[in-house]
Design a protein around this ligand. Sequence first.
Ligand code: COA
Length: 195
Amino acid sequence: MKIRLAISNEVKQIAKIHCQEIKYGFLTQLGEKLLSKLYQSIILSPSSFIVVAEDNNQVIGFISGSTNINKFYKEFIKKYFLKTFFILLPKIFKPSAIKKIIETLCYPQKEKYLTSSELLTIAVKKESQNKDIAKLMLERFILEMEKRQIKQFKVIVGENLLNAINFYEKAGFIFHSFISVHKNKSSKIYIYKLK
Ligand SMILES: CC(C)(COP(=O)(O)OP(=O)(O)OC[C@H]1O[C@@H](n2cnc3c(N)ncnc32)[C@H](O)[C@@H]1OP(=O)(O)O)[C@@H](O)C(=O)NCCC(=O)NCCS
């Protein structure tokens, strides 16, 4: 197995793992096509990156992150607005969906006093979970943050995602506060401080 930075032609595999393993997340509702665009923009952005675990030429897990989430979302909107507009079109007829998109893009503003470096998503394929793959990917992820001279980063996790919460707490993330990105859905903010 190899742990390394992702390359552009792996975005479809990454988006598929995201949809399979983070079933009820808002981003999952956008579908694999739009998620592939999001992950492609993360790989191409100088302020963002994805670490993958690869086994037999297949991606079996990933962690995505950004050293500046506000900058990343601005870049994403600027570069991909038109491309994603047509993918989003059937979904944005629902007012609730428009609201969720705005809330997702605006939450960094709500939390602007916190670090802008962020672990965005983590997932490991079901059949490969509990084999320390996330742990190894996180070590590589932290190294990449360190190279970019980041002193701390945050993660926002749905309070119902107990596996992930357990994983973050075991890995040394410190609980910071609760946040409601989408009304009625509480998430927890954790901070990881680099040594
Ligand atoms: C969270 C997740 C990435 C962990 O991946 P993983 O490869 O199974 O984790 P690891 O095997 O590296 O586990 C590392 C540590 O976390 C702990 N851990 C992982 N899953 C756990 C669980 N379900 N319950 C308790 N502890 C758990 C392990 O015990 C291990 O600690 P240890 O080495 O001291 O025993 C995986 O469960 C997953 O993909 N979940 C679905 C996606 C998700 O919810 N993502 C978060 C939203 S962004």
